[in-house]
Ligand binder design. Structure first.
Ligand SMILES: Cc1cc2nc3c(=O)[nH]c(=O)nc-3n(C[C@H](O)[C@H](O)[C@H](O)COP(=O)(O)OP(=O)(O)OC[C@H]3O[C@@H](n4cnc5c(N)ncnc54)[C@H](O)[C@@H]3O)c2cc1C
Length: 457
């Protein structure tokens, strides 16, 4: 724990400083409800200059600092024991959107970004399944979704960033200007800087979405059709789920595909679905507006909030598996996974992404033209800490199963990782990250909750 410091020593700020129990307790929690680290103070910056002043202050004294977006991390990634949590929602303006770009403060939620761009007929190319995450929070990890197969991660769609480095300096970076910092911050887990503003590329948005839920009884057929769809790029959005039937204990495989369109045009169903081998009788089709489709988690969230499990522990694991390994890894994992291993509202996701569109240097995936995001999104029982600990061990087992053959994590997990694990994860990008850390955060105060350079949960 760092030496306690007096709030009166903090620099003068335009934003708010909170030292009360309720705010400290809230910043000591996250959506995972597994790890709790209480900060000394929560600061809600009103300007990027506030962020710079706070980080500069912390760097001089060796005080840990973490940015917190919407706090949807599962394992303490946005916590700072005894230090400073910057509540980035204080910086949430979506600035004038002109041309094919939008300039947005890092604490804005993706929902807000869409609110500004859709009236102009434009959309960010890639959106996460959940729109209440902040721009800074997802750019710090990557930002993957059903459009990643076409456009990469959200970090691949960023044009320019304003960043406060670990020395408290506010700097602009892009592929052409301060490229080392740009590459260290995108998917950089907050290790080298805090993003205060992002310029994001936009593309024309269609008005409507047709979503198909296509069920398979065989993993092999499901994987084959996913491969076909990702390779010929026939859908705008492609994801998938593996669904356990509680009664029979059998798994079913759900390919989720969506095509966007604007009336009077209509998707050609025969062309899109004709050669796929899903079970015809159980297929489902839904039409909605583009925004309703993107915001489809809102309804589920309301249900989970109502029943309470939204607030339960979430020992989640997301890994990337190679195309060579996916059949075996998934078959083995499902054979060993019961309903109790996932919890009541648990979910398993599996979908392919084309490797060539993943250009952010710190996004680490296995080799091969196609890689698969495999996610075990478990919900723990808040009254059964041993059960939650067991789920975290299951995460570690799968991590140990996939990494020797080149598998990687998508870093939003409840998974204890050592510095050596991170070194292995970043592979040949580690040297650049380590060097950027020394340059941009020499005091090592930023985002210790990720555990990349030691520490962590
Ligand atoms: C219901 C749900 C659905 C999800 N769906 C998806 C999905 O479809 N695709 C996907 O990719 N992920 C998804 N995630 C994971 C999510 O994207 C990550 O956990 C993300 O980091 C959370 O964003 P946040 O704004 O809550 O950030 P936080 O949890 O607050 O922070 C995450 C990390 O980023 C750092 N950080 C936050 N803001 C900044 C900043 N401005 N500058 C630098 N570092 C910063 C924090 O310090 C922390 O280390 C989902 C999570 C949940 C709970």
């Amino acid at each position: 724990m760092p030496e306690p410091f007096a709030l009166a020593d903090l620099p003068a700020l335009d934003g708010d400083v909170f030292g009360d129990d309720a705010n400290l307790a809230a910043a000591a929690r996250d959506w995972g409800h597994i790890v709790q680290a209480r900060p000394r103070v929560v600061i809600r910056p009103a300007t990027a200059a506030d962020v710079a002043a706070v980080v500069g202050f912390a760097a001089k004294r060796g005080i840990p600092v973490a940015a917190r977006g919407s706090g949807h991390s599962p394992f303490g990634q946005s916590q700072a024991a005894g230090g400073i949590v910057l509540d980035m929602t204080g910086l949430r303006t979506v600035h004038a959107s002109t041309g094919n770009n939008v300039v947005v403060d890092a604490g804005a939620r993706w929902q807000q970004v869409l609110g500004a761009t859709l009236p102009r007929g434009l959309t960010p190319p890639v959106l996460t399944d959940y729109l209440e995450l902040t721009v800074g929070g997802t750019l710090a990890v990557g930002g993957v979704g059903g459009a990643t197969q076409h456009h990469g991660m959200q970090t691949d769609t960023v044009i320019e960033l304003d960043v406060v480095t670990g020395t408290g300096e506010l700097t602009r970076c892009s592929a052409d200007e301060n490229a080392e910092l740009f590459d260290a911050v995108r998917a950089g887990l907050g290790q080298c800087g805090i993003i205060t503003r992002a310029t994001i590329r936009l593309q024309p948005a269609k008005q409507r979405a047709r979503r198909w839920k296509l069920y398979y009884d065989s993993l092999e057929d499901f994987l084959a059709d996913q491969r076909t769809a990702v390779t010929d790029r026939r859908f705008d959005y492609l994801e998938g789920q593996l669904v356990l039937d509680d009664e029979t204990g059998e798994w079913r495989y759900l390919l989720e595909a969506t095509t966007y369109f604007s009336l009077p045009d209509q998707p050609d169903e025969h062309e899109l679905l004709g050669d796929l081998s899903f079970t015809r009788e159980t297929a489902e089709t839904e039409d909605s507006t583009y925004l309703e489709f993107l915001d489809r988690m809102a309804e589920g969230e309301a249900v989970l909030r109502e029943e309470g499990s939204w607030f339960h522990p979430h020992p989640w694991l997301n890994v990337f598996v190679s195309d060579d390994e996916v059949d075996t890894v998934v078959a083995e994992t499902l054979a060993g996974t019961t309903g109790a291993d996932l919890g009541d509202s648990g979910l398993v996701m599996l979908y392919p992404v084309r490797h060539e569109v993943l250009t952010t240097p710190l996004t680490r995936v296995p080799s091969g033209d196609v890689v698969w995001l495999f996610a075990l999104l478990r919900t723990g029982n808040p009254y059964d800490p041993a059960g939650v600990a067991r789920m975290i061990r299951l995460n570690a087992d799968l991590y140990e199963r996939v990494t020797p053959s080149g598998g990687t994590v998508y870093p939003v997990n409840a998974l204890p990782m050592t510095e050596q694990d991170w070194k292995d994860h970043f592979g040949n990008a580690w040297e650049a990250l380590e060097s950027a850390k020394k340059t941009y955060d020499p005091a090592g105060v930023l985002t210790g909750g990720q555990g990349v350079f030691g520490g962590g949960a």
